[in-house]
Structure formats: structure tokens, C-alpha cells
Ligand binder design. Structure first.
Ligand SMILES: Cc1cc2nc3c(=O)[nH]c(=O)nc-3n(C[C@H](O)[C@H](O)[C@H](O)COP(=O)(O)O)c2cc1C
Length: 203
């Protein structure tokens, strides 16, 4: 992928971090879930990685909050077992087609969770289409939703607002955007940033 696809402007590497909108201690233990999609293999500027950038951030969030983790995995994993350039083409085609790739395994029971973090790599300035499969198969209302993304320079790219649009009956809290390469290569400072953000959210 050339950097030309990075379009949203990179001013928000840590989108609105530090402006948490939830009061302290407003979260009940056991009621927090992290739902994320991420891809190991060859990725932008990091070579071939064993753990995806977003997965690293998802685990940081779970470490700090004690949240359960749920990874959205494609039914046809082999579709994404390709090099980085090819993956960008597949992602673009899925977006153009408004594809809804199937998710492997059973979806989690979301009823016991009050607060759900949704994490993803930015794909073509959007959520990967498989996340829309998840959203459409899991109707939610009355929950607190917190987006986090990793990216190669475009920042949050409005994915927070897209999440709010998908779930109009939920409350959107302040999300965060992390440069994926930094999470992969220099996780220490990223963890600090993530922990500060979580603290401001009340965790
Ligand atoms: C299909 C595809 C599309 C991408 N589109 C963007 C984009 O629009 N903006 C951006 O900053 N990065 C983009 N990237 C880079 C990824 O968001 C970034 O490398 C991310 O950290 C990968 O996370 P993961 O390892 O959890 O999958 C794209 C990557 C792929 C594979």
C-alpha cells in the first residue's frame, strides 16, 4: 500500500485521548468486553508479525480493565492469508462490494456486558467489512461503546462516528487511535498512552 490511501489526516494519533467522558469508577467488574479484529502476517511497515497491531492494543486494554476478549475471526481465514499489498486489494474490493464476510465460531452473548470496546485496524478509512457483519448480527442498545483503532497515519478517520451510527441507542465514549507500527515496535509508550486514556475514561 502506498501512503496515498491514508486520507483522513493524521492529527489525531491519539484521538481525543485525555478527554474521557465517563466519571471515575463507573464500570462494574465483569461487565466489560473487548471485541476486536486484527491480522497477523505481513503488515504495513512492520514486516511479518506474529500478533496483529490491534490485538496488541486489545490485550493492553484487557490487562488494565480486566475485560473479556473476543476476537472476530473470519470463517474463511485463508482469504486473508496473503501478503500486505494483496490484503489491501481484498479489503478495498470488500468495501466496494459492501461485503459481509462470515465470522467463524459462535458470537458471544453480549447481554451481560454494559461496556464494549470495539477495536480494529483502519481499512480504507473504514471498519473492515467483517466488523459490519458483527455489528449487524449483534443489535445493541443501552450500552457504553468505546472504539479503538490502529492505523498507518490516517487516525480515527471517523470510525467512532460510524460506530455511533450503527448503534444509535448506545452511548459512545471517547475512543483512541494508535499508530499500528508503534504498538508493534515500541509497545511501552503505547501502553502508557492507552492506560492514561483508560484512566480518563474511569478505569
Ligand atoms: C486493507 C487495508 C487497508 C488499510 N487502510 C488504511 C487506511 O485507510 N488508513 C491507514 O492509516 N492505514 C490503513 N491500513 C494500515 C492498517 O490500518 C495498519 O497497518 C493496522 O495497524 C493493522 O492492524 P492489524 O495488525 O491489527 O491488522 C490498511 C491496511 C490494510 C490491510
Amino acid at each position: 500500500m502506498c501512503l496515498s490511501l491514508i486520507g483522513c489526516g493524521s492529527k489525531s494519533n491519539t484521538s481525543s485521548a485525555g478527554q474521557g467522558s465517563a466519571p471515575k469508577s463507573s464500570f462494574t467488574p465483569g461487565s466489560v468486553l473487548v471485541v476486536f479484529f486484527s491480522r497477523a502476517g505481513e503488515q504495513y511497515n512492520v514486516g511479518v508479525i506474529k500478533k496483529g497491531n490491534t490485538a496488541i492494543v486489545a490485550e493492553m486494554i484487557a490487562d488494565r480493565t480486566g475485560a473479556d476478549l473476543y476476537e472476530v475471526r473470519p470463517e474463511k481465514e485463508s482469504n486473508y492469508n496473503v501478503g500486505y499489498e494483496k490484503l489491501t486489494e481484498i479489503g478495498l474490493q470488500e468495501k466496494r462490494d459492501k461485503a459481509r464476510p462470515e465470522i467463524a465460531g459462535t458470537l458471544p452473548d453480549l447481554s451481560k456486558y454494559d461496556t464494549i470496546f470495539f477495536g480494529t485496524p483502519v481499512w480504507w478509512e473504514d471498519w473492515p467489512m467483517i466488523m459490519y457483519t458483527f455489528f449487524e448480527n449483534n443489535k445493541l442498545s443501552g450500552k457504553k461503546l468505546i472504539p479503538f483503532v490502529t492505523h498507518a497515519g490516517s487516525g480515527m478517520c471517523g470510525l467512532d462516528q460510524k460506530l455511533a451510527a450503527v448503534y444509535p441507542n448506545c452511548e459512545l465514549l471517547t475512543g483512541i487511535a494508535i499508530v499500528g507500527e508503534q504498538a508493534q515496535k515500541d509497545p511501552g509508550p503505547v501502553k502508557e498512552t492507552v492506560n492514561n486514556w483508560l484512566e480518563n475514561l474511569g478505569f
